[in-house]
Design a protein. Structure first.
Length: 195
């Protein structure tokens, strides 16, 4: 069985952006240390959406079991961190390509809208804690997907209203940040997107 350090070895070089409660940079720290020490850092959550048969659908993922936390839980399309020196506008398409296999040129050309942000803190039983200033993005997409199995166990397009109803009824099925991020994304989509 792989150790926590082994699972995170591919990410140890990633230097995350430490921030304060106003999202002002406060330095940097390696990904593993950041989560071990529960340091507040910048993150993002992306919701891909599409219209289908008069409804809005969200692309949800089931996180791979081998993820360093929240393995097997449902989450938004992509969630990650910008690296030191990387703007959110560059980090979001980079991770869309890495996690879901959307071609880089396509990912870079999507119309991303930031719909809000929030801070949450969530400790996990393995000694890690997520303490994130999470920027929530939405983007329309209805193209090919090729998820990386190390990141994503499964994906599905889900009716947005049904996703919110299931989240309210069964919150333990979802990653901790999804409880705040999903209603934020759905409220924006209800006001701005057409099915």
């Amino acid at each position: 069985m792989a150790s926590l350090a082994d699972m995170l070895s591919q990410h140890q070089e990633d230097q995350l952006i430490l921030v304060d409660l106003m999202d002002r940079p406060q330095g940097s720290m390696g990904k593993l240390a950041c989560h071990q020490q529960a340091r507040l850092h910048r993150a993002f959550s992306l919701f891909l959406y599409r219209g289908s048969a008069g409804t809005l659908q969200l692309l949800l993922q089931r996180r791979a079991q081998g993820k360093y936390h929240s393995g097997g839980l449902l989450a938004n399309s992509v969630c990650s961190h910008p690296r030191v020196g990387e703007a959110l506008a560059d980090a979001v398409p980079r991770r869309l390509t890495q996690e879901l296999g959307v071609p880089a040129a396509v990912a870079a050309s999507l119309g991303y809208d930031e719909v809000g942000s929030f801070v949450y803190r969530s400790p996990y039983g393995n000694g890690l804690t997520e303490f994130e200033y999470d920027h929530v993005f939405v983007a329309p997409y209805n193209g090919p997907l090729a998820p990386d199995p190390k990141e994503v166990e499964a994906i599905a397009w889900v009716d947005a209203k049904e996703a919110l109803a299931d989240l309210q009824a069964h919150p333990s099925r979802y990653a901790s940040w999804f409880l705040t991020a999903a209603p934020m994304a759905c409220a924006w989509l209800a006001a701005h997107a057409r099915p």
